[in-house]
Design a protein around this ligand. Structure first.
Ligand SMILES: *Cc1c(COP(=O)(O)O)cnc(C)c1O
Length: 418
């Protein structure tokens, strides 16, 4: 996080003071550091340099076109979960041959679009989905490469909302049915079964769940081989955690080192789908204090960003560090940092010790680069905030703030109401 730091008591992103960006675009806004993004992309990819691999960035974590273009420039592919994300990936110049398509509910239109573009493969999550892909491919006279997503039933030891590899989860094919599902897939006329996929959860802070899951997948691959099914890809998903507070997640090198003995001698290509670990700590949300108020034993800091801008605290009770952008000596107090939205669940921090802040000053909500803007909504008819990328001393608005006119675009008042 060396690219977000205090210089003489003032908070900077690379060579630009946060105040300067605020003066240019107003508040709130998301701010990404180009240098941090580049470093994270390089560090992650080089960790796996020793084995043939494809790194597919999880677009749902941050789908801004400029971010995706940067990802493409580093040779990454994309892990997509919708037709909309496919459109974005292509717009940003990501090689279709490096795109993998996950998600439990791909519809026929999305499948057709992906076959038309010619993506690398679908990560298939059910037998019915497999047959749907086959049907569309047959109709189009194309072949579809697929990996089957297997649910390895391991506990990733993360928040229940972001655990995806347990038996009770909606994701993937139950491991006890996996062999038969693979077998069935090979009998479909337009399907090429090329790989196995897993993704056990997000914000993982230990290597062991990855290892346990990969071991289970390798056992499955051995059993598949006995049935004459030889795969070319093993996709271990994403999920590597970041440090929001005092977590100490494994470095990508640690993960690679732990996995290498298992994977080195396999004649398969590894696919990785990192999201959060690339963008999470490369972005912040900057918000302005509107008011402070004191209740009975309770202090509130009311800011101009809300749950519609950053949903993670409300949705997952996620912790985001919050720092005033001006460092000065002052007392601290325990506060709730809340937004203007008419919901009790609208908060960015609860019972948080913060320096005593005043109306008008700016706060940086840290580690907001992943699942920040991509989860933003227009709830309470609030325009979505701009996204800005800083590179050294350059400030570039990579998404403009929405206008009121943007907010009603596409809405129609029918004649009978006139
Ligand atoms: C969300 C998701 C990812 C990315 O997860 P991170 O925790 O952001 O790394 C990767 N693969 C799949 C299938 C996902 O659903």
């Amino acid at each position: 996080m060396h690219d977000f730091q205090f210089v003489d008591g003032e908070f900077f992103c690379e060579g630009v003071a946060i105040d300067t960006v605020s003066a240019k675009v107003g508040t709130p806004f998301y701010l990404y550091s180009y240098a941090t993004l580049c470093r994270h992309l390089q560090v992650f990819d080089s960790a796996f340099a020793d084995i043939p691999h494809l790194t597919a960035f999880a677009v749902k974590s941050n789908s801004n076109l400029a971010v995706l273009k940067l990802v493409a420039n580093h040779g990454f592919g994309a892990d997509i979960v919708s037709g909309g994300e496919l459109y974005r990936a292509i717009q940003a110049g990501i090689d279709p041959n490096k795109i993998v398509f996950a998600g439990v509910g791909k519809n026929a239109g999305e499948i057709e679009y992906a076959l038309e573009i010619g993506i690398r493969m679908f990560n298939v999550e059910s037998g019915e989905e497999l047959r749907a892909i086959n049907t569309v491919a047959v109709r189009m006279g194309k072949r579809a490469s697929v990996a089957l997503r297997v649910n390895p039933d391991v506990d990733p030891m993360t928040h229940p909302y972001i655990a995806t590899g347990l038996k009770k989860s909606k994701f993937g094919i139950d491991s006890q049915f996996a062999l038969d599902s693979f077998e069935a897939a090979t009998h479909l006329s337009a399907i090429d079964v090329v790989g196995v996929h897993m993704h056990i959860g997000s914000q993982l802070t230990k290597v062991s769940p990855f290892l346990d899951a990969v071991k289970r997948i390798l056992r499955l691959m051995e059993n598949l081989q006995k049935r004459g099914i030889n795969l070319s890809y093993i996709n271990i998903g994403g999920g590597l955690g970041i440090s929001y507070a005092d977590e100490t997640p494994p470095h990508p090198n640690d993960l690679a080192e732990a996995l290498m003995p298992l994977l080195r001698d396999l004649k398969v290509r590894l696919i990785l789908e990192p999201g959060r670990v690339i963008v999470g700590n490369a972005g912040i949300l900057v918000t302005k204090v509107l008011y402070t108020k004191n209740g009975d034993g309770k202090h509130f800091v009311i800011v101009d960003a809300a749950m519609n801008d950053l949903l993670r605290p409300s949705l997952y009770e996620a912790y985001h560090e919050i720092v005033p952008v001006r460092q000065e000596k002052r007392d601290s107090m325990i506060v709730d940092v809340v937004g203007p939205i008419c919901e009790s669940g609208d908060f960015l921090a609860k019972d948080r010790e913060l320096p005593e802040v005043k109306s008008g000053e700016l706060l940086a909500v840290m580690s907001a680069g992943a699942y920040g803007f991509t989860m933003a909504s227009n709830y309470n008819t609030r325009p979505r905030v701009p996204e800005v990328m800083v590179r050294d001393r350059d400030i570039c608005v990579i998404r403009e703030r929405e206008s009121y006119a943007d907010l009603v675009r596409g809405e129609v008042i029918p004649d009978f109401l006139q």
